[in-house]
Design a protein around this ligand. Structure first.
Ligand SMILES: Cc1ncc(C[n+]2csc(CCOP(=O)(O)OP(=O)(O)O)c2C)c(N)n1
Ligand SMILES: [Mg+2]
Length: 1001
C-alpha cells in the first residue's frame, strides 16, 4: 500500500482527472466498497492510485471481496517476474511490481491521451513534405517518436511487449481489451500521426469525443471496396482532366485551377453522397475562386458547353447588367445522385471576389430553405462552405459566421467546411499571414472538430469527408476538413510563383500528380488495369471535346442560366415580371383595427407583463380607437397585413425584438416566469404566415449577409435587417456593395431585402447620427442627366430599372405603405429605409387610418397641402426636404407666420428620383424660388444626389438653392450646443426670403 502511495504525483493527477471524465468521484467509488464489488475500470487503465490502493488492500484481505476483474489484475501482477531496475530506481519487491504495473498502466493511459490530443502535430500532412501544417516543427515530448521518448513515462524498451489493459476512451483495440505497448503505439501512430491529423479533444462533450475516436481509431475502418476505389479514381480523373482541358484550350486565361488539390472534387462528392444517403435533399454551397469551375462541372454538373462558352470573348450577353467573371457565377441544379439514386438539389451561391463574404449568405439561404420546408433539424437541407487557407484565417466574417451557427434563429444545424489549404495565399507565406498554428483554428470557438488530411492520400481524404458528413448529420454541428495540399501553379495561371516561393515551387515541380500516384497504387494492387485507367481518361477527354464543339455553336451568353436561386412561378417563362403594375397598398379598416387590437393585447393567459409595457399597450389601444398610428404601430400594420396575405416576415438585427429605442416590443416577457415569452404578431389570424423576430449576435457583416441569403430563397417574404444605428451598417459594407447594390447587375438575381437604418441629427454626436444616405445615393444607378420619358407606369418601370430603392419616410403611413409596396411589386429590389429616432415618439409624427385604408398608396412625394397650396401664386419659396427636418421646418414656418408664402414638399422616395412628381410640384408654384433643405452637412445627406436631377427636370431654368449645415468631415458635432446653433442657423436661412437675392447659379 505504501508503495502505491508513492505513485508519482503527475500520474495521480491524471488518474483523478480520468475518474472525473467517467463521472466517478473519489467519494463515489469509496462508497461502492460497501456495496457489490466494483468492476475493474478498464477505461482507467487501473484508475487512480488511491482507488487502486483501496482495491488492492481489499484484495489482499480477501480476493473474493473485489470484482473478478480486479482479482485477475492483481493476480497477474503478482505473477510478473521482478525485472531489472533502471539506474537509480529501487529494486522492486513483489508489492513494488504491482506498483510498477499500476504506474505503467497509468503511463500508457496518458500516452494514449497524448496521441489523441497532440498526435496531429506530427501527422504527415504536407504532401510536399517541406512544411509543418501547424507552422511548428516542434515534436511534443509525450509522443513516442523515438524509443528514448518512453522514458517520459518511466517506460522502457522492455515494456514494449507487455500487455496493457486499454481504457474505454480508446478504440484502438477493436475487440481486444488489452494490447502490447508496441501495438498500442503503432495503432496510435497509424490513427493520429499518418495522413490524418485530428483536432477534437477540446470538445467538452464526451459522447462526441468518443464518437470521433471510434470513427478513426477502430482498426480497419479505412478500408475501401474496389468499387469505391474505382469511383474515387474516376472522380480524380475528371477533376484533373477538366483542368488539363481548360489549360490546353485557353492557356492564357485565368481560371484559378485546382491543380494540387484535385482531390477536392471527390471530397465534395463524398460529402454530398454521404449526406444524401442520410436523407439530405438540398445542398447549398459557397466557395471562392479556386477550383470553382471544376466544382460547377464535376460536382454540380453544369453543362460543360455552358462553362466553355464563358471563355469565348466574342459572345454577346443576352442579359442586362454587368454580368460577372466566370469564376464568380452561381448555379442551381436538381438531379439524381448517382450513388444513392435519390433526388438532390445542388446550388452554388454566386459570390464576389471578396473572400468569405458569401459565408453568411449561404447560411441565410440554407436557413430559409430549411424554414420553408419545416426542416427544423436540418435533416433535408444543409450547407457546405469551401475556404482558402489564407482567407479562412484572415477574414473576420468567418468568425462572425461561426457565431451564428448555434443561435436558434440562425443555425443551419451544422455546416461542413472544407479548407483548400494550399499553404499559400497569393504570394504570402502562412507564417506571415496568420498567428494561429493552423488556418482552421477559428473553428475551435464553436467546438467544431477539425480533421486535417494530406490531400495526396485520396483514400484518407474520402474517409475524413465521409466522417465529416456523418458528424454533421449526427450532431448537427459544424465540422472542418482541412485539405492540406499545394498549388501547382501561381495564384492564377498567369502568375510566376518562383519570384516569391522558390523552394516550395522547386518541390512542387518535382511533385508527382495525385492522379498518377493513386492510379499507380490501384494498378499495383490490381484494382484497375492500366488500360482501364487510360480508357477512363480518354472517355472524359472525349466528353470535354464534344462539349467544346457544341460550345462553339453558342452565340449568346445567358447569365440567367447561372442563377443560384430561381423563384419558380414568380416571373413569367422568359424570366420577366408578370406585370408592370403595382396594386394600391392600403388595406381595409377592419384589418387595421384588428391588428391594432392584437398589437395592444397579451394573447396568452396568465402572462404578466411589465407595467411600463402595459402603458405602451394601452397607448396602442387608444391610438387604434382613435384610428391613429405611430411608427411602431404602422410597422405592426404592415407586417401583420402581409402575414395575413401569406407573406412570411422576418426581422433580424441587434435588439430588434424590443427595438433599440424601446418602441417596438414585439416579444413580450413574462415578468414572473423565466424565459416565457409571447409574440402577439403570431396571434393575428389562425392561417397567417409565420413571423420571426430575432435579436442577432453583435455582428453586422455576418447578420446582414445572412439575411440577404435568407431573402434570396423566396420572393414571398419580407426580410428586414435593422442596424442598431444606421452608421453601423458600414461594418457590413462589403455585403452592401458587393451583393445588395450590385447583385442583380452581376448575377441577374433579384433580392427584396429591406435595410432599416436609424438616421437623424439629434445632437447625439458624430456616431449614432448618420446612416450615410449619400453613400447609398451615390451608388444608385438612375441617370441624373437623362430627361425621363413619363409613361403611365413610370413609377413601376423606374423601380424595375433601379438597383435599389432609397426612402426616407416622414410619416408612419408612408413607412407602412413602402413596406407593403415592397411585396406587392411584381419584382424584387433591395429597399433602404432611413428610419427615425425622435420621430418614433414625436406627437406630430402620427398618421390616421384614412392614410392607410384601401385605395391609399405609398406617396413618393408628399406635396404641400396647407395654406400655401390654396394660393400657389402667392408662394415665394418652395422648400423640398426629406425625413425628420420637415417637422422642424413646419414649426419654424408657422412661428414665422410664413404658411402662405413658403410651401414644403417632402420626398419620401429619394431614389429612384421621382422626376415626375418633382416636376409637377415645381410647376405648381411657378413664382417660387426652389430650395433644398437638409439637416445633414452639405457634403453628406442628399444634396449631391438631388441637385443634378433637379437641374435635369427644371431644364436648368431655375436654381435649387442649398440650405443646411456647412460641409464637414464628421457627420455631426459632439457638442449639443453647437448642434442647436447650426440648426437655428439653417432654419433662419430657410425662411429668410431674401437669402438668395442677387445670387447667380
Ligand atoms: C477580402 C479580399 N481581400 C483580398 C483579396 C485578393 N485575393 C484574392 S485571392 C487571395 C489569396 C487567397 O488565398 P487563399 O485564401 O489561401 O486561397 P487560394 O488562392 O490560395 O486558394 C487574395 C489576397 C480578395 N479576393 N478578397
Ligand atoms: Mg491558399
Amino acid at each position: 500500500m505504501s508503495q502505491l502511495r508513492l505513485l508519482p504525483s503527475r500520474l495521480r493527477v491524471q488518474a483523478t482527472g480520468l475518474l472525473a471524465t467517467r463521472g466517478i468521484s473519489e467519494r463515489n467509488w469509496r462508497s461502492r466498497s460497501s456495496g457489490p464489488p466494483a468492476a475493474f475500470p478498464s477505461g482507467l487503465g487501473g484508475g487512480s492510485s488511491s482507488y487502486m490502493e483501496a482495491m488492492y488492500s481489499a484484495w489482499l484481505e480477501n480476493p473474493q471481496s473485489v470484482h473478478k476483474s480486479w482479482d485477475s489484475f492483481f493476480r497477474k501482477a503478482g505473477e510478473e517476474a521482478p525485472r531489472a531496475a533502471p539506474e537509480g530506481r529501487p529494486v522492486p519487491s513483489g508489492r513494488t511490481t504491482t506498483s510498477k504495473l499500476v504506474e505503467d498502466h497509468l503511463a500508457v493511459q496518458s500516452l494514449i491521451r497524448a496521441y489523441q490530443i497532440r498526435g496531429h502535430h506530427v501527422a504527415q500532412l504536407d504532401p510536399l513534405g517541406i512544411l509543418d501544417a501547424d507552422l511548428d516543427s516542434f515534436v511534443p515530448s509525450d509522443l513516442i517518436t523515438t524509443i528514448d521518448k518512453l522514458a517520459f513515462y518511466d517506460l522502457r524498451e522492455a515494456d514494449l511487449d507487455k500487455e496493457f489493459q486499454l481504457p474505454t476512451t480508446t478504440f484502438i483495440g477493436g475487440s481486444e481489451s488489452t494490447l502490447s505497448l508496441r501495438e498500442i503505439i503503432r495503432r496510435l501512430e497509424s490513427t493520429y500521426c499518418q495522413h490524418i491529423g485530428l483536432e477534437f479533444m477540446f470538445i467538452n462533450d464526451v459522447e462526441q469525443c468518443q464518437w470521433i475516436r471510434q470513427k478513426f481509431e477502430t482498426p480497419g475502418v479505412m478500408q475501401f471496396s474496389s468499387e469505391e476505389k474505382r469511383t474515387l479514381l474516376a472522380r480524380l480523373v475528371r477533376s484533373m482532366r477538366f483542368e488539363d482541358f481548360l489549360a490546353r484550350k485557353w492557356s492564357s486565361e485565368k481560371r484559378f485551377g485546382l491543380e494540387g488539390c484535385e482531390v477536392m472534387i471527390p471530397a465534395l462528392k463524398t460529402i454530398i453522397d454521404k449526406s444524401s444517403e442520410m436523407g439530405i435533399e438540398n445542398v447549398i454551397l459557397g466557395m471562392p475562386h479556386r477550383g470553382r469551375l471544376n466544382v460547377l462541372a464535376n460536382v454540380i454538373r453544369k453543362d460543360l458547353e455552358q462553362i466553355f462558352c464563358q471563355f469565348d470573348p466574342k459572345l454577346e450577353a443576352a442579359d442586362e447588367g454587368s454580368g460577372d467573371v466566370k469564376y464568380h457565377l452561381g448555379m442551381y441544379h436538381e438531379r439524381i445522385n448517382r450513388v444513392t439514386n435519390r433526388n438532390i438539389t445542388l446550388s452554388l451561391v454566386a459570390n464576389p471576389s471578396h473572400l468569405e463574404a458569401v459565408d453568411p449568405v449561404v447560411q441565410g439561404k440554407t436557413k430559409a430553405e430549411q424554414f420553408y420546408r419545416g426542416d427544423t433539424q436540418g435533416r433535408k437541407v444543409m450547407s457546405i462552405l469551401v475556404h482558402g487557407d489564407a482567407a479562412f484565417a484572415g477574414q473576420g466574417v468567418v468568425y462572425e459566421t461561426f457565431h451564428l451557427s448555434d443561435l436558434p434563429s440562425y443555425t443551419t444545424n451544422g455546416t461542413v467546411h472544407v479548407v483548400v489549404n494550399n499553404q499559400i495565399g497569393f504570394t504570402t507565406d502562412p507564417r506571415m499571414a496568420r498567428s494561429s498554428p493552423y488556418p482552421t483554428d477559428v473553428a475551435r470557438v464553436v467546438n467544431a472538430p477539425i480533421f486535417h488530411v494530406n490531400a495526396d492520400d485520396p483514400e484518407a481524404v474520402i474517409y475524413v469527408c465521409s466522417v465529416a458528413a456523418e458528424w454533421r448529420n449526427t450532431f448537427n454541428k459544424d465540422v472542418v476538413v482541412d485539405l492540406v495540399c499545394y498549388r501547382r501553379r501561381g495564384h492564377n495561371e498567369m502568375d510566376e510563383p518562383m519570384f516569391t516561393q522558390p523552394l516550395m515551387y522547386k518541390q512542387i515541380h518535382r511533385q508527382v500528380p495525385v492522379l498518377k500516384k493513386y492510379a499507380d497504387k490501384l494498378i499495383a494492387e490490381g484494382t484497375v488495369t492500366l488500360q482501364e485507367f487510360e480508357e477512363e481518361i480518354a472517355k472524359y477527354d472525349r466528353i470535354c471535346e464534344e462539349a467544346y464543339g457544341r460550345s462553339k455553336d453558342k452565340k449568346i451568353l445567358h447569365i440567367k442560366h447561372w442563377l443560384d436561386s430561381p423563384w419558380p412561378g414568380f416571373f413569367n417563362v422568359d424570366g420577366e415580371p408578370k406585370s408592370m403594375t403595382c396594386p394600391t397598398t392600403g388595406i381595409p379598416e377592419d384589418v387595421l383595427t384588428h391588428i391594432g387590437t392584437v398589437a395592444s393585447s397579451v394573447p396568452l393567459e396568465d402572462f404578466k407583463i411589465h407595467t411600463g409595457l402595459s402603458r405602451i399597450l394601452h397607448g396602442r389601444a387608444d391610438m387604434t380607437r382613435k384610428r391613429m398610428v405611430d411608427w411602431a404601430l404602422a410597422e405592426y400594420m404592415a407586417f401583420g397585413s402581409l402575414l395575413k396575405e401569406g407573406i412570411h416576415v422576418r426581422l433580424s438585427g441587434q435588439d430588434v425584438e424590443r427595438g433599440t429605442f424601446s418602441h417596438r416590443h414585439h416579444v413580450l416577457h413574462d415578468q414572473e416566469v423565466d424565459r416565457r415569452t409571447c409574440v402577439p404578431m403570431n396571434y393575428l389570424w389562425p392561417d397567417q404566415a409565420p413571423y420571426t423576430v430575432c435579436n442577432s449576435s453583435l455582428s453586422e457583416y455576418g447578420v446582414l449577409g445572412f439575411e440577404l441569403g435568407y431573402a434570396m430563397a423566396s420572393p414571398n417574404a419580407l426580410v428586414l435587417w435593422e442596424a442598431q444605428f444606421g452608421d453601423f451598417h458600414n461594418t457590413a459594407q462589403c455585403i452592401i456593395d458587393q451583393f445588395i447594390s450590385t447583385g442583380q447587375a452581376k448575377w441577374v438575381r433579384h433580392n427584396g431585402i429591406v435595410l432599416l437604418l436609424p438616421h437623424g441629427m439629434e445632437g447625439m454626436g458624430p456616431e449614432h447620427s448618420s446612416a450615410r444616405p449619400e453613400r447609398f445615393l451615390q451608388m444608385s444607378n438612375d441617370d441624373s442627366d437623362a430627361y425621363p420619358v413619363f409613361t403611365e407606369d413610370f413609377e413601376v418601370s423606374q423601380l424595375y430599372d433601379c438597383n435599389w430603392i432609397v426612402v426616407n419616410c416622414s410619416t408612419p403611413a408612408s413607412y407602412f405603405h413602402v413596406l407593403r409596396r415592397q411585396i406587392l411589386l411584381p419584382f424584387r429590389k433591395p429597399l433602404i429605409i432611413f428610419t427615425p429616432k425622435s420621430l418614433l415618439r414625436h406627437p406630430e409624427a402620427k398618421s390616421s387610418f384614412d392614410q392607410m385604408v384601401s385605395g391609399t398608396s405609398f406617396q413618393r412625394v408628399i406635396p404641400e397641402d396647407g395654406k400655401a397650396a390654396q394660393a400657389p401664386g402667392q408662394v415665394r419659396r418652395l422648400i423640398f426636404c426629406t425625413g425628420k427636418v420637415y417637422y422642424d421646418l413646419v414649426k419654424e414656418r408657422s412661428s414665422q407666420g410664413l404658411d402662405g408664402q413658403v410651401a414644403l414638399t417632402r420626398l419620401e422616395q429619394i431614389s429612384p428620383f421621382p422626376f415626375d412628381l418633382i416636376k409637377r410640384e415645381a410647376e405648381r408654384f411657378p413664382g417660387a424660388e426652389l430650395v433644398w433643405c437638409q439637416e445633414e452637412h452639405k457634403n453628406m445627406g442628399y444634396y449631391d444626389y438631388i441637385s443634378p436631377r433637379f437641374m435635369t427636370i427644371l431644364g436648368r431654368t431655375r436654381p435649387i438653392w442649398y440650405v443646411g449645415r456647412e460641409p464637414a468631415a464628421a457627420p455631426a458635432t459632439g457638442n449639443r450646443n453647437a448642434h442647436l446653433v447650426s440648426l437655428r442657423k439653417f432654419l433662419d436661412t430657410a425662411f429668410d426670403l431674401q437669402a438668395f437675392e442677387g445670387k447667380t447659379f
